[in-house]
Design a protein around this ligand. Structure first.
Ligand code: ASP
Length: 350
């Protein structure tokens, strides 16, 4: 009885803290929104994974934690843009916050491979010059999105993998190296143990008994008209043989082009690679003149569904329109367009 009472009090405290945070943010947002009316348009969209995310499977406590973290990341990216910063900086600032949180399958909260390790993938793309950087299979880099950015800005390459990527990381001042143990979380390790009990070779997306994808991603348009997108993940629980998903594949999990849009994806990576999801959406806008929403619906709700590919995308176009599209029951998501208020969603009807 006493235990239940304590639990209830804790939930109430967290909900109260979240309500206060939301009220403060919305009030600040309203004031900022007025000031932003006079600035060139900017926008940011974010995801923290998609899947069967049902209210019935979620405790109020955990839901409040997710909403607060999504809002914190969205606000960090928004603030960079509001101050006139670049979309690439906004992408990095927001993703770092989600990578540092154990809630998402990226950075600190990454899932385990079949060998009980954490191997991280990330990519970033600058829509102003189509420059891009990506890394896969790194085990000692605290913030994979920063390493992807370093590949983009400080190397002649687009994609580096495992040991080579780590040697490059060691040569970069901006990159924090950590012990592989840093990525250990009990929740993720237990997921691996549960998956190991299933059929041999089963590979599961960010599995929590409710089948969801926990990758994180950002798309942003800055005040200078430049688009950027970035994505970061631990991949799939129990992955083996150096499996790489869509996240570090430019054109599949991430794409940005100032001529059309910026996209970051989350879902069953093999399908997203085969459907070249992110580039496909931008190409439909460029070549066929579709709106962002039409292009995203065509790829996520038709092409991927026909193939059996579950997941979703978040995107921003060159005019500051936002599309958050998923063919699953839910997607951790958010968006903030200048002059408007922030939006955070989790469930289908949020
Ligand atoms: N797309 C990621 C992958 O296949 C998984 C995810 O979105 O959670 O590696």
């Amino acid at each position: 009885m006493l235990k239940n009472h304590k639990k209830l009090t804790k939930i109430k405290t967290i909900l109260l803290a979240f309500t206060l945070l939301l009220t403060t943010t919305v009030t600040t947002a309203k004031t900022e929104a007025k000031a932003e009316d006079n600035m060139p348009k900017f926008a940011i969209a974010l995801h923290g994974g998609a899947g069967t995310i049902l209210k019935g499977n979620m405790t109020p406590e955990l839901e409040a934690e997710y909403r607060a973290k999504l809002l914190e990341a969205l606000t960090a990216g928004h603030d960079v843009l509001a101050e006139g910063g670049s979309s690439v900086d906004a992408v990095e600032a927001a993703i770092v916050i989600m990578e540092d949180s154990p809630l998402f399958n990226a950075g600190k909260g990454a899932v385990f491979t079949s060998e009980g390790k954490n191997e991280l993938d990330a990519s970033i793309m600058d829509g102003s010059d189509l420059n891009a950087g990506a890394i896969s299979g790194v085990r000692i880099v605290k913030n994979p999105i920063k390493l992807a950015r370093a590949v983009m800005e400080n190397s002649n390459h687009v994609m580096l993998q495992s040991d080579g990527a780590e040697s490059f990381a060691a040569s970069q001042e901006s990159i924090e190296i950590v012990d592989p143990e840093y990525f250990y979380t009990e929740r993720r390790y237990n997921q691996l143990l549960r998956v190991r009990e299933m059929d041999e070779g089963t590979v599961i997306s960010d599995h929590d008994g409710d089948h969801k994808f926990g990758t994180v991603g950002i798309a942003a348009l800055d005040q200078h008209g430049n688009l950027a997108a970035g994505t970061s993940t631990g991949g799939m629980t129990n992955k083996s043989w150096g499996r790489v998903g869509d996240t570090p594949i430019i054109g599949a999990g991430t794409y940005a082009n100032n001529a059309s849009c910026a996209v970051s994806a989350t879902g069953a990576g093999e399908y997203f690679i085969r459907a070249t999801v992110a580039r496909n959406i931008c190409a439909l806008m460029e070549y066929k003149g579709l709106s962002l929403q039409e292009a995203a619906d065509e790829v996520v709700m038709k092409q991927l569904v026909d193939m059996g590919g579950e997941g979703g995308i978040i995107s921003v176009d060159k005019d500051g329109n936002v599309a958050l599209v998923f063919n699953t029951k839910g997607m951790y998501r958010g968006s903030w367009v200048s002059g408007e208020e922030p939006h955070i969603g989790i469930y289908e009807d949020d």
